[in-house]
Design a protein around this ligand. Structure first.
Ligand SMILES: NC(=O)c1ccc[n+]([C@@H]2O[C@H](COP(=O)([O-])OP(=O)(O)OC[C@H]3O[C@@H](n4cnc5c(N)ncnc54)[C@H](OP(=O)(O)O)[C@@H]3O)[C@@H](O)[C@H]2O)c1
Length: 360
């Protein structure tokens, strides 16, 4: 099988490094281009990241000597060399929007980790197990952009990966009325390690800019419907979120409280979680976890350090389901933020879009 040639925009960053690591042995995708800011352009990838490499595996040999291009100045060259790009950059929202549209208009599909386009109505925000059908909106986006193959598809925020999975598995059958969640988010979510953020050792910061809004609103777009060429967000359930930064390297935990339209029994909930499976599993996509949601019976699981790497960091871990005094139930869930919540989720999305014929 011919491999797709791909570019990574933002390759020197925390998510970019994850992309590079995941794509280095990928059966369908091959890195042809690495790009970052003008500061990094013209330099060798290995030398740029050696002092800030945050992965546990070494810098892959296949990219170590690649010369990093300028994501903006070298755009034409990059777009002509690859079948599509992954994008994870730290820039102003308006600049990211413009950058991603410019690639799409050059007929280069963009699979994005950035939040800039998450609420553009004809840009699908896809969790492959939950709302793969939103990809159909790409046809109207292409009309707006005047492209034949170029488009933008985004993945949702890292904070919601756990509870949107757990609630998504129950939503259809029981209806979800209201949700309260408190998230405990790792420092890699801010692109940081303890070396680069020593203030986080033995500390907790009760604020992550913009995160609570994303955690409350993004699930509604994921659960939205495709109408007249745009995604119309769902209007319920009402979600309230409080997001805390905790001294953990990787893995976002969430404590969740939920009430239903039709209250299920505990065993019905466990049954739904066990049996929930999506298109990635049906299509046997290379990055799909065999089991999307895993329930832990032990009182002290899931634990961030022990369970974040479940199914290569693509599985969702859930535990501690029990009745609540104010909501119907409460439980906890865990997702790896830079794998399922960022680069891994984007790679899975790209696999889905390739398998479904959106990227030729
Ligand atoms: N970390 C996570 O868990 C996570 C999860 C979901 C989504 N995200 C999103 O992913 C994106 C990247 O996050 P990160 O944590 O990887 O950030 P990061 O570690 O700060 O990396 C930022 C990357 O953006 C590049 N960049 C900065 N300015 C640029 C410009 N003007 N043109 C082109 N490239 C530029 C940087 O290149 P230089 O090295 O050349 O400066 C670097 O490669 C953000 O939008 C973030 O919100 C992150």
């Amino acid at each position: 099988m011919k491999k797709y040639s791909v570019g990574v925009i933002g390759a020197t960053g925390m998510v970019g490094q994850r992309f590079v690591t995941l794509l280095a042995g990928h059966p369908w995708f091959e890195i042809k281009v690495l790009a970052a800011s003008a500061r990094s352009a013209g330099k060798n990838y290995g030398s740029l990241v050696s002092g800030k490499w945050a992965m546990t595996s070494p810098i892959p040999e296949s990219v170590r000597d690649m010369i990093v291009l300028d994501a903006q100045a070298d755009m034409d060259r990059i777009a002509s060399q690859v079948d599509f790009v992954f994008c994870a950059v730290n820039m102003k929202k308006e600049d990211i929007k413009a950058l991603e549209e410019a690639y799409a208009r050059r007929e280069c599909p963009v699979i994005s980790n950035n939040s800039a386009h998450r609420f553009t109505p004809d840009v699908p925000m896809i969790i492959p197990e939950i709302n793969p059908g939103h990809a159909e909106v790409i046809a109207s986006q292409r009309k707006r952009l005047g492209t034949k193959r170029g488009f933008i598809a985004v993945k949702s925020n890292c904070s919601i990966q756990g509870y949107v999975a757990a609630l998504g598995a129950l939503k259809e059958k029981f209806g979800i009325k209201s949700v309260l969640t408190c998230t405990y988010q790792a420092i890699s979510g801010a692109g940081k390690t303890f070396e680069r953020w020593p203030e986080m050792v033995d500390n907790l910061i009760p604020y992550i800019g913009g995160e609570e809004e994303k955690s409350q609103l993004e699930p509604l777009k994921v659960w939205g419907t495709l109408e007249n060429g745009v995604i119309v967000p769902a209007t319920r359930p009402v979600i309230t979120a409080q997001c805390l930064r905790v001294p953990v390297t990787d893995g976002h935990m969430a404590a969740v409280f939920v009430s239903f339209d039709r209250k299920p029994s505990e065993s019905e909930i466990l049954e739904c979680w066990k049996n929930y499976s999506g298109k990635p599993q049906a299509l046997k996509l290379p990055s799909a976890p065999q089991q999307y949601i895993t329930y832990f019976e032990e009182d002290d699981r899931p634990q961030t350090k022990l369970d974040r790497d479940l199914y290569g960091g693509m599985g969702i871990s859930v535990g501690r389901l029990r009745p609540d005094t104010q909501y119907d139930y409460k439980f906890v869930c865990l997702a790896h933020n830079t794998l399922r919540g960022a680069a891994g989720g984007a790679v899975l999305l790209a696999e889905l879009l390739c398998a479904e014929g959106y990227i030729d």
